[in-house]
Design a protein around this ligand. Structure first.
Ligand SMILES: Cc1ncc(COP(=O)(O)O)c(C=O)c1O
Length: 366
């Protein structure tokens, strides 16, 4: 029997996501004792210790299903943004939110708009639902919001914008967003603009726009945040999206009932209050970013200035080969083939020791 006949047509050509390689895999594969992972934009300082203490308190209750509504966390987040509790949806990471949006809104005859080197999970959400994915070229490694608005048709359901974007580390300005929304409103179509703010906490730009402001103006906007980056809770899998109560109510219909664990909820609540940990994490990134820029410049390597906790580097040769050579030296970075950036690697800004090991090994490799 041909099993292929059992599979949905769009799954047959579906390209799975390639995650950053786990440390233990690399240790086993290359027989290494010391391995640093600078591949998934995690927080190198670890989780907030407040989150860890809070999690310990719920461990004895994990025989009970979690609160699928995330009551305590929902109340806290609604208060932070001044939005209604019915305007928030929680997910098993933002990843799940992106997929749920796809499943909620996209038919095969619909279109979504993403930009060329945007975070790949948006395109995957479109591919999963078998809809058309319009990829708009970037301008100087930034989303060309103007061109993205121009690409809107009556078939457009969602425009995905990561601000800052991963892997380019660039962000768009208030002015660019304002022009984008003016253009969008002029089309008379009402697609959803999804603004992914996974790295917002790292951004220092003065003219950096928040999705919240546009949502409050009544625009059809959803923005998302994650606990996986500055909060250091990637292993817990928790993120959320904020939009109008109507948009949220449709997505809620298909959300799995217990998609966020009790451990994740308790860690997230505590992490939100650990301002010291957030401050330290941000300071580490801005300090170490300067060091990395200087070293890359000394090596004559082009990099894209980043507002986030990672840097996209042009290694001037096949990035996959550099990635493999660095693996053997115990440094895990990310090759960028799937993003159409063959000569680039992306490195997460780590601790001072990790960054120095990265620079030492890159110097020997390139
Ligand atoms: C822009 C962006 N959005 C979302 C995610 C996924 O985050 P989460 O861990 O919340 O699923 C990532 C992870 O790298 C990301 O870079």
């Amino acid at each position: 029997m041909n099993m292929k006949n059992l599979v949905r047509k769009n799954i047959l050509n579906f390209q799975p996501y390639i995650p950053g390689k786990p440390i233990d895999d690399v240790k086993r594969e290359f027989n290494l004792k010391e391995v640093v992972k600078l591949a998934s934009n995690e927080n190198p300082l670890g989780p907030s210790q407040k989150a860890v203490s809070s999690i310990k308190k719920v461990l004895n209750k994990i025989n009970i299903y979690p609160d699928g509504y995330c009551f305590e966390l929902r109340k806290k987040i609604a208060a932070i943004y001044g939005v209604g509790e019915n305007q928030i949806i929680f997910g098993n990471g933002t990843d799940e939110i992106i997929e749920l949006i796809g499943k909620t809104f996209l038919n095969p005859e619909d279109e979504i708009i993403v930009s060329e080197h945007a975070f790949i999970r948006y395109k995957m959400a479109g591919d999963l639902m078998g809809c058309k994915v319009i990829e708009v070229p970037m301008k100087n490694y930034k989303h060309d919001l103007n061109a993205m608005a121009d690409a809107v048709t009556k078939k457009t359901k969602i425009i995905f914008i990561a601000n800052p974007n991963n892997p380019t580390g660039t962000c768009n300005t208030k002015k660019e967003f304002e022009n984008y929304f003016s253009k969008l409103l002029a089309t008379r179509y009402l697609p959803l603009t999804f603004i992914d703010e996974a790295y917002t906490e790292y951004v220092d730009e003065k003219d950096y726009p928040l999705g919240l402001d546009y949502l409050k103006k009544g625009l059809n906007v959803m923005f998302s945040r994650t606990f996986s980056k500055i909060y250091g809770l990637a292993g817990l899998r928790i993120g959320y999206g904020v939009a109008s109560s109507e948009i949220i109510s449709y997505i809620e219909r298909i959300r799995p009932p217990f998609n966020v664990s009790s451990i994740a909820q308790s860690g997230a609540i505590a992490a939100l209050d650990d301002h010291q940990h957030i401050k330290k994490s941000k300071e580490l990134v801005s300090h170490e970013k300067k060091y990395l820029y200087e070293e890359l410049e000394k090596m004559g390597l082009e990099y894209i200035p980043s507002v986030a906790n990672f840097i996209l580097i042009n290694v001037g040769q096949d990035g996959q080969i550099i990635f493999e050579k660095l693996l053997r030296k115990g440094v895990i970075v990310r090759a960028m083939d799937e993003y159409g950036l063959k000569k680039f690697v992306r490195v997460t800004i780590g601790t001072p020791t990790e960054n120095r090991k990265f620079i030492k090994e890159v110097t020997k490799t390139i």
